[in-house]
Each structure stands twice: as structure tokens, then as C-alpha cells.
Design a protein around this ligand. Structure first.
Ligand code: FE2
Length: 167
């Protein structure tokens, strides 16, 4: 059996669903930035979930759990969108960090400082994704635009909730 000739590595495949290749490639790059950023934010949110102490422990522990679960699901959908428009999704942490606009939390800080950073990160995500929606709309990829539009509101809401706990 010629199993050795089977191609099992993801590579670009032809898509003829109405959006030009160069436009899909541009959107795949944009989605890779969003997925990378979202993944770094996921990891930072877990860091707060695990390490928060003080009077806000319970509310922040619970809230961050809701947030990282949302980021986990959304990230899967957005990475799979990269595949659906014909390109390879990020392969691991290194590639995601490389493309992230969110800076990793390398040092343990007081909870309120880490939460303040999460607020800024969610706002950064909202701005990045807003650009993503504009890029998707420009080439009439309504599905990508739709997927991303939903995310803007979620990040704005997460920023509000986190900000309210440290105000
Ligand atoms: Fe937990």
C-alpha cells in the first residue's frame, strides 16, 4: 500500500466560494493575528484566574473562568475559519505569540494591575477585530465579517466587567 504518499500536512487548497485568493490570503493573515492575540489573552486570563487573591477573589476567579472559556471557543472558530478560506492555521504557541498584538504576562503582579492590563487587552482586541471586520467587508467575505463582528461586542463587554471589579 502506498500510504507513504499520503499528504497529511495542511497546506493551501483551492477555494472557489466567491472571494479572490489574494483577498483570502490577506484575511487569513489578519485572522492569524487575531487568533494569536486571542490565545495570549486566553493564557493571561487563566493566569489571573489561578493567582487572584484578596476580597475580589471569588468574583474575579469566576469571571475570568467565563472569559477564558469564551476565548477558547471563539479562538477555535476563528482558527477553523482560516482553514475554511483555504490556508493553514497557527501550529503552536510560538507562532501565536509571534503574531500577537497582546503582550504576554511574564511576571506575577498584584491582581488589580493584572486586571487593569486585561481591560486594556480586551480593548486592544476590540480595535484589532474592528480592523478585521473592515478588511473582511471590503472583500465581501460576509461570513468572516459576521464571525468577527460578534467578537467586538464580547471584548467590549469583558473590558467593562473587568473594569467594574477594580473601579
Ligand atoms: Fe479553574
Amino acid at each position: 500500500m502506498a500510504h507513504s504518499s499520503m499528504k497529511t500536512v495542511a497546506k493551501e487548497f483551492p477555494v472557489d466560494a466567491g472571494v479572490d485568493r489574494k483577498d483570502r490570503q490577506k484575511l487569513a493573515k489578519m485572522l492569524t493575528r487575531i487568533v494569536g492575540s486571542s490565545h495570549v489573552l486566553y493564557a493571561k486570563t487563566r493566569g489571573v484566574h489561578w493567582n487572584v487573591v484578596g476580597p475580589t477573589f471569588y468574583s474575579l476567579h469566576k469571571m475570568t473562568e467565563e472569559h477564558y472559556e469564551d476565548l477558547h471557543v471563539a479562538n477555535d472558530d476563528m482558527a477553523e475559519r482560516i482553514r475554511a478560506i483555504g490556508f493553514a492555521a497557527p501550529t503552536g504557541i510560538t507562532e501565536m505569540i509571534e503574531h500577537s498584538v497582546i503582550t504576554d504576562q511574564e511576571k506575577l503582579l498584584p491582581a488589580n494591575e493584572m486586571v487593569k492590563e486585561l481591560v486594556e487587552d480586551h480593548e486592544k482586541m476590540a480595535r484589532l477585530i474592528r480592523d478585521g471586520v473592515a478588511a473582511a467587508e471590503e472583500v465581501e467575505d460576509v461570513k468572516t465579517a459576521d464571525l468577527l463582528t460578534e467578537r467586538i461586542g464580547v471584548h467590549e463587554e469583558s473590558a467593562w466587567m473587568l473594569r467594574a471589579t477594580i473601579s
